[in-house]
Ligand binder design. Structure first.
Ligand SMILES: Nc1nc2c(ncn2[C@@H]2O[C@H](COP(=O)(O)OP(=O)(O)O)[C@@H](O)[C@H]2O)c(=O)[nH]1
Ligand SMILES: [Mg+2]
Length: 273
């Protein structure tokens, strides 16, 4: 009897997986109360096993809405730790829950969750270990209302990064990404920034570790709740991106080592400076 119950539990836990991969969607949230429901409603629940929301001490009712929606894993930061720190919490929880494929999606309803399935299949089929949803492939960014200064900066930074890292992505700045568990486990995320440049450091680490990244075309929507980063913070982010690429090149050519590109195991033996 106990055996049969256990078997049932396993089946119950497994039925949503894609090719035996447990799928987790992580939502790093900050003041997402107004857009969370729309985002959540479009998540393909038939394949997603775990949804994790981390609330970085929002000043609105993000956590209340998340509870009302029945999101099982909600982690609340008691202080505002930053966008990068919020994602670190997300990935740690997703790994703890045993997710094999982890999709990071901004809960500001800027990107359609309807691509989750396609992105996960690319990873589950073993074609690529990382997939990003690009607003720049095609004409979606400007059509969706991306401000001209953000579009031009995106194009400039992407050009610069591709050049220094010898890659060919259409953009490095999307808030919609999927990773295999192996990739997340491998990266030294703790060494990354707690601020916005975290996203960029993560992609640089992925390339540094020799993984390839796939891109899918993604529509985008710019409206008040979906875009709060002002010009000053964008400039800070842009400078961070430039430094990340320079550090990548210096580390890759052996000129200057960098903490974020050290493997996790190496980092354990080297105390932080
Ligand atoms: N944790 C954290 N996240 C933030 C903060 N400010 C913005 N964000 C999140 O960072 C993400 C990107 O910001 P957003 O304003 O949407 O940028 P844009 O869409 O690129 O213009 C969104 O998911 C925001 O909720 C913050 O202070 N802390
Ligand atoms: Mg946004």
């Amino acid at each position: 009897m106990i055996f049969r119950y256990k078997q049932y539990q396993v089946q119950k836990e497994c039925y949503k997986m894609i090719k035996n991969n447990k799928i987790g969607v992580v939502l790093p949230a900050y003041n997402a109360a107004k857009t969370l429901k729309q985002t959540f409603d479009e998540i393909p629940q038939d394949i997603v096993d775990e949804i994790i929301l981390t609330d970085d001490c929002s000043t609105d009712e993000t956590t209340k809405v998340a509870n009302e929606l029945g999101i099982k894993h909600i982690i609340v930061h008691q202080t505002n730790k930053g966008y990068g720190a919020n994602q670190k919490t997300c990935y740690q929880k997703a790994l703890e829950l045993g997710c094999d494929i982890i999709v990071m999606l901004h809960p500001d309803y800027q990107y359609t969750p309807k691509l989750i399935r396609s992105m996960c299949y690319i990873i589950a089929e073993g074609v690529y270990p990382v997939v990003i949803a690009s607003r720049i492939l095609g004409k979606g960014a400007r059509k969706g209302g991306m401000p001209l200064y953000k579009y031009i900066s995106n194009r400039f930074l992407t050009f610069f990064q591709n050049l220094l890292m010898n890659q060919k992505l259409s953009e490095y700045h999307t808030g919609y990404r999927a990773f295999s568990r192996e990739v997340i486990e491998q990266l030294n995320l703790e060494a990354d920034s707690d601020d916005f440049v975290f996203d960029n450091q993560m992609l640089a680490q992925i390339f540094y570790s020799g993984y390839e990244i796939a891109e899918v075309t993604c529509p985008t929507k710019y409206f008040e709740e979906a875009s709060s980063i002002n010009f000053k913070r964008s400039v800070k982010y842009g400078l961070g991106v430039i430094f990340t690429s320079i550090n990548y090149l210096l580390a890759k050519t052996g000129i200057k080592k960098n903490r974020i590109f050290k493997s996790k195991t190496m980092n354990k033996t080297i105390p932080k400076t």
